[in-house]
Write a protein that binds this ligand. Structure first.
Ligand code: MHF
Ligand code: KIV
Ligand code: MG
Length: 265
């Protein structure tokens, strides 16, 4: 039995050049399989609104539902760090963000909360960090902003947008974020951001230069209903079962073999 990972240990992995293998989980069984297969970080994502609940987006997900799924997943975790998304409109003010994060920590037992957005979230990030609640920030394609973005589209393609994302990443780190998810941005930009930060970046559709990778678990098992994003890969095809697929994912991330150019923008 490996000893439990910690958030400082994830930071140290970046310094050593070791990739952080991350997957989403929404229940104890999947969390336990991933934990045993060596996944370093398990995220209870609000993507559960799409893959578990069958909605077309993440906006219907409530904080109660996140607390429920995070508590379920927590019972399956032994070694991995456990994080959960703050869902849509659960962190619109500092007070609300602190209350929401406290529920995920106290009732579900997560070690870290994740929230979407750049400079407009700095005060909330500072407040959470000020209470010693670890924060994972999230830049690029922000699913909670889908109506403003006009769809699940690659972000940061033009020079101005790319510059804004780089600045936001630095501001989030300075505000106290401990980790940064980069979703659907050009691989070169993700590399630039990763090099500029001391905190680890975890990419999804952001190329191989990130310090870690994350996929939605049902995407990497090839059982997502409807359209599976281009950046994902079916690891169950060719593996001898779910645990084997997860081990294969962990190995490919650690060795830098996933994502390949066909999974990047
Ligand atoms: N199953 C699933 N996988 C995910 O990765 C995921 C979710 N759900 N739900 C929450 C968000 C939404 N995400 C998405 C969903 C769709 C695309 C998508 O279809 N993107 C296009 C690229 C469009 C472009 O070229 O600009 C693609 O073909 O991959 C991307 C991210 C990522 N997250
Ligand atoms: C895809 C990851 C980063 C996420 O936010 C989710 O699963 O909700
Ligand atoms: Mg999410």
């Amino acid at each position: 039995m490996d000893k439990p990972l910690t958030i400082p240990a994830l930071l140290a992995m970046k310094a050593r050049g070791e990739k952080i293998a991350t997957l989403t989980a929404y229940d104890a069984a999947f969390a336990a399989v991933m934990d045993a297969a060596g996944v370093d970080l398990i995220l209870v994502g609000d993507s559960l609104g799409m893959v578990v609940q069958g909605h077309s987006g993440t906006l219907p997900v409530t904080l109660d539902q996140m607390v429920y799924h995070a508590a379920c997943a927590a019972r399956g975790v032994r070694r991995a760090v456990l994080a959960a998304d703050l869902p849509f409109m659960s962190y619109a003010s500092i007070g609300q963000a602190l209350d929401s994060a406290a529920r995920l920590v106290r009732e579900a037992g997560v070690q870290m909360v994740k929230l979407e957005g750049g400079r407009k979230r700095l005060e909330v990030v500072r407040a959470l960090a000020g209470e010693d609640i670890p924060v994972c920030a999230h830049l690029g394609l922000l699913p909670q902003s889908v109506h403003k973005l006009g769809g699940y589209l690659v972000q940061g393609r033009d020079e101005r947008a790319a510059q804004t994302l780089l600045e936001d990443a630095i501001l989030l780190q300075e505000a106290g974020a401990n980790l940064l998810v980069l979703e659907c941005i050009p691989a070169a930009l993700a590399g630039e951001i990763t090099a500029a930060l001391s905190i680890p970046t975890i990419g999804i559709g952001a190329g191989p230069a990130c310090d870690g990778q994350i996929l939605v678990c049902y995407d990497m098992l090839g059982i997502t209903p409807g359209h599976r994003p281009k950046f994902s890969k079916d690891f169950l095809a060719g593996a001898d079962g779910v645990a084997g697929a997860v081990r294969c994912y962990v190995a490919e991330v650690r060795e830098g073999r996933f994502p390949g150019p066909e999974h990047s923008f």
